[in-house]
Design a binder for this molecule. Structure first.
Ligand code: Q6P
Ligand code: ZN
Length: 670
């Protein structure tokens, strides 16, 4: 299993800049690279990465995307006078040339390809290339938007040609539309391009009609181009996560890529003069985490934009720290997507429902939205005051430093019955440090009136001891094989430190009943995925999900996780995630590992897995997920059972009144 995070950076790429006056280009400065790299060095993150040398791309590699005449023309720029450079630049938009930019553009492509090499060969698991000039706007025969060669598009073609990658996912979280990437792959079903971007109904650069949600790809590529337009500024963390949960992740898992490339532009962060958004740098920790179980963890992030030097550096650090496997920060006080984003999500899902089975049950667009004209007029007429921040200059906008993300010394502790081997790299939590006799007596009092079952009592004490170490941040997460998961659940809720259990996300997988006193204590959000219709009452904090084929239904299970469990979990923001595998759940191992991986984005990674002690075969795979190994790829997901999908849709529509992050479409008012 590949491990390690690559970091590619070379100060040579800082050695070009704007040589004349051009207001459109002055934000693209060399300091963008130096502040990013210096922040990684200062925080100690750079030292934890595997430094990979950059190189120049060859002509052949550049020609994977660009035309010969364009390459030949760019080759002449190093020898041009200032006047010639300005004249040469005139033919393109919002970009500038410099005698050294061709050299740097070859290094940016070369760095990207070195990153792809190191990930595809397994030398590292994932990585980031800090490059300039950026790439996602450049086209076959044109420079555009500070871009000379399309780094990520060349990287995708290179991965398919050299390594036989079948399906490449490109996630472009830069605040601008990477039209260059869209043009490159719009007829290619092997490259799924996803981009969100400031659009404002075509009023924002590059002002293209084809950047809207209805550009879904062409011919064989139909369905493989996803555009999410931001028609307002001031988008927040909730907006970004809503798009991940209700658009990108369901489709990405259905696509099942061999490689994930991220066009990592950080002008979508707060303080950026281009984006004018309000999402905070720590959101990139979550966006990165949510992509890290795709493609067996093979993720290459390539820098695109980002012009506020403070939020850029913070966002780069948040991204790298997550690539390195550190716990994500708490997703603090999330709400739901704003009205404008709800429309965009609904429009995108509607445009793509014919291509992706996970979107099949998207409600039709309300009539009001169908006539886009009225939509535009409506939005412009209301012309809600541009976000307050627009009045302030980008420099005046302030936001809190991202919270420190401490890494507990022990990643995974296990409480196992005698005779069960401790999985590699895990730390056994023995009852030697048994909890205080007070707790011991309370447990005994709770569960063992008369016949004291020494073995079970010891096992429960191990469990509580593990949780006490988790509460002290000595341990990040844990696995316990117990005799009776229901008893263990109750014991955890009753006796674990309240710092963990004052808000517990309880995820139960498989048939079986969950002790009602757990769901009535008001400290728990229960999501129970099983094959049986809910007997108990559905409530805001008790969410039964029924899969007719049971938990062995990979496609249905993943859609329930991505489109329901995760949004609930992020909005609930628990202090502990209690993941319980009910006896005979039938859940398949790799789906179980995906779930255990994805849930670690919550509660600063404080996940406790409870399983029946006879499931020793699953102890290894579960431990590897808890240790941060990427879950195996699920393969092409089978067809989703319509009735399950419909039931899921109904459940979300019912719950969205209480859980705003479930919102994903305007359900026509009855
Ligand atoms: C891959 O390039 C990264 C990028 O997407 O950030 C480039 C943005 C070009 C923005 C061009 N208009 C600037 C207008 C100045 N007010
Ligand atoms: Zn950008």
């Amino acid at each position: 299993m590949a491990a390690g995070t690559a970091l590619l950076y070379d100060e040579e790429m800082t050695k070009y800049k704007l040589l004349w006056v051009d207001p459109a280009c002055k934000i693209e400065v060399p300091e963008r690279l130096t502040v990013s790299h210096e922040a990684l060095v200062r925080t100690g993150l750079a030292a934890r990465c595997v430094s990979i040398a950059v190189r120049e791309a060859t002509d052949e590699e550049i020609l994977l995307v660009h035309s010969e005449e364009y390459l030949e023309a760019v080759k002449k720029t190093p020898y041009m006078t200032l006047e010639d450079l300005m004249a040469f630049t005139q033919q393109y938009g919002d970009v500038y040339f410099h005698p050294n930019i061709y050299h740097c553009a070859k290094l940016a492509v070369g760095a990207t390809l070195q990153l792809v090499d190191s990930v595809m060969t397994g030398r590292v698991r994932n990585g980031i290339a800090l490059v300039r000039p950026p790439g996602h706007h450049s086209q076959k025969s044109a420079a555009s938007g500070f871009c000379i060669f399309n780094n990520v598009a060349i990287g995708a073609r290179y991965a398919m040609q050299k390594y036989g990658a079948k399906r490449v996912l490109i996630v472009d979280w830069d605040v601008h539309h990477g039209q260059g990437v869209q043009y490159c792959f719009e007829d290619d079903p092997n490259v799924l391009y996803f981009s969100w971007h400031r659009y404002e109904h075509q009023n924002f650069w590059p002002n293209l009609r084809e950047s809207d949600y209805d550009s879904v790809g062409k011919e064989k590529g139909a369905g493989f181009n996803i555009n999410v337009p931001w028609n307002k500024v001031g988008m927040e963390n909730s907006d970004y996560l809503a798009v991940f949960f209700h658009v990108l992740l369901p489709v990405a898992y259905e696509f099942c890529p061999d490689l994930v490339l991220v066009s990592a532009g950080f002008d979508s962060a707060i303080g950026d003069p281009e984006g004018k958004m309000c999402a905070t740098p720590d959101i990139f920790a979550h966006l990165t985490h949510l992509l890290m179980n795709l493609a067996g963890g093979k993720l290459c992030a390539v820098l695109e934009g980002g012009y506020n030097l403070t939020s850029l550096a913070q966002s780069v650090c948040q991204t790298v720290q997550t690539l390195l496997g550190d716990p994500a920060p708490l997703p603090a006080d999330l709400g739901g997507p704003c009205e404008s984003v709800l429309k965009s999500i609904h429009c995108v899902r509607s445009a793509h429902k014919q291509y992706w089975s996970c979107l099949k049950y998207t409600a039709d667009l309300p009539a009001s939205e169908l006539s886009a004209k009225s939509l535009k007029v409506a939005e412009q007429k209301t012309g809600n005051e541009p976000e307050a921040q627009e009045q302030r200059s980008p420099e005046e906008i302030v936001w809190p430093e991202p919270p420190k993300r401490l890494c507990p010394p022990v990643r995974t502790a296990v409480a196992l019955p005698e005779g069960v081997a401790c999985p590699d790299a895990c730390k056994r939590c023995s009852s030697a440090e048994a909890p205080s006799s007070l707790v011991l007596n309370r447990i005994r009092g709770d569960f063992f009136k008369e016949s004291e079952d020494k073995v079970t009592l010891t096992a429960l004490c191990d469990l509580i001891a593990l949780l006490e170490r988790m509460a002290k941040n000595e341990v990040r997460n844990g696995l316990a094989l117990v005799q009776d998961v229901s008893m263990a659940m109750v014991c955890v809720m009753q006796h674990a430190p309240t710092s963990l259990t004052n808000r517990v996300l309880l995820v139960c997988v498989g048939d079986g009943c969950v002790p009602t006193r757990i769901t009535e204590d008001g400290k728990t959000l229960l999501v129970h995925i099983s094959s049986t219709e809910a007997q108990g009452q559905k409530s805001k904090h008790c969410v039964p999900v029924c899969l007719r084929k049971g938990c062995s239904d990979v496609a249905g299970f993943m859609q329930a996780v991505l489109g329901l469990l995760l949004p609930l979990g992020y909005e609930y923001n628990p202090g502990l995630v209690l993941l319980v595998r009910m006896p005979g759940s039938g859940v398949c191992e790799s789906v179980w590992q995906q779930l255990a991986g994805l849930l670690q984005g919550l509660a600063q990674g404080h996940t406790l897995v409870l399983m029946q002690e006879n499931e020793t075969a699953s102890a290894g795979p579960t431990a590897s997920a808890l240790l941060g190994s990427p879950a195996p790829m699920l393969g092409l997901l089978g067809n989703l059972l319509s009735e399950d999908l419909e039931a899921l849709e109904t459940l979300r529509n019912t719950l969205q009144a209480d859980w705003k992050l479930l919102q994903h479409q305007k359900v026509e008012e009855a």
